[in-house]
Design a protein around this ligand. Structure first.
Ligand code: SF4
Length: 289
């Protein structure tokens, strides 16, 4: 397989065939993100992508899923993306689901019918990095979008038939806006009602603008208890009809896996227990991105 630069994928795609169709991220401006620092975004040539699919056909026969890397595969023009998905179906007929990261911009660029066509061609799940539902924090982190657009595009992805997984970031609003960030994120998640929510805890990456802000004393990192308080408010304000709310990423202090709405009250109780010191938190050295 031809890989260039940093390859990242959602935790749930750990066993997927990682097919790199783009390099970098078409935005690459979020202040906390160091994944594609200095990487110029580009779509990989079709012949390289097709050669990788042919390689996977030979050597990845046990993997049932494909994940299209990097940061924003959905930005690929419709005809080319359909072509890639068709080739996956033809050459990897054992694959049951294809996934990709999406963002508001790429979801906006495609019509609902185009998204439905991608779904029909095998794209089954999209992962949307929302980070927060608080407009001021979205502006501060230079996400380039608003809560209203997140709601619109999240709903559009679901209407197209994709499974939708949304990532939010605990601690991203700093201390002063922690409460608002948690409430607004809960509100936006509830309005989208996705299939999965993954809450990660912010970890600062050297070289990013947010890291520099922290070093200069302009951005505080929350303590483990403050992060838990934030998570508690977020979960209390999130009403999903059937989704899974996960906070079990390696970056988190307290692993949580809740089926909503069934496990909501028990999860809030667990967080209270942890805040009272009756449930132990993950030690710092075990946390990672
Ligand atoms: S957070 Fe996502 S959209 Fe923002 S720069 Fe990183 S990969 Fe791109």
């Amino acid at each position: 397989m031809h890989y260039e630069g940093n390859i990242i994928r959602p935790p749930s795609e750990a066993n997927s065939i990682l097919l790199q169709v783009t390099v970098g991220c078409s935005r690459n401006k979020c202040t906390f993100c160091g994944t594609y620092q200095g990487e110029r975004f580009r779509i990989k040539p079709d012949d390289v992508i097709m050669a990788d699919i042919a390689f996977a056909a030979q050597h990845c026969r046990r993997q049932r899923r494909v994940f299209l890397c990097d940061g924003d595969a959905l930005i690929i023009p419709q005809k080319r993306l359909l072509n890639i998905l068709t080739r996956i179906q033809e050459e990897l007929p054992w694959v049951t689901r294809v996934g990709a990261y999406a963002n508001v911009k790429s979801l906006k660029m495609k019509t609902l019918d185009e998204l439905k066509a991608l779904k029909a061609q095998g794209l089954g799940i999209v992962y949307l990095g929302m980070e927060t539902g608080d407009d001021l924090t979205l502006k501060n982190i230079n996400k380039g979008t608003t809560a209203a657009s997140m709601i619109q595009m999240g709903r559009k992805a679901m209407e197209a038939g994709f499974k939708l997984s949304i990532t939010v970031l605990l601690g991203i609003a700093g201390r002063e806006r922690s409460h608002i960030h948690a409430q607004e994120t809960g509100r936006v998640l509830s309005e989208i009602d996705p299939d999965y929510v993954g809450a990660l805890s912010l970890m600062l990456i050297p070289g990013t603008p947010l890291y520099a802000d922290h070093e200069a004393g302009r951005f505080p990192l929350l303590t483990p208890d403050e992060l838990l308080e934030e998570l508690k408010i977020m979960i209390a304000d999130t009403n999903l009809s059937k989704g899974l709310f996960h906070a079990n990423h390696a970056s988190n202090y307290l692993p949580i896996k809740a089926r909503m709405p069934r496990d909501k009250e028990a999860t809030l109780k667990l967080i209270d227990e942890a805040l009272a010191g009756r449930v132990s938190l993950k030690p710092e050295w075990l946390r990672a991105l």
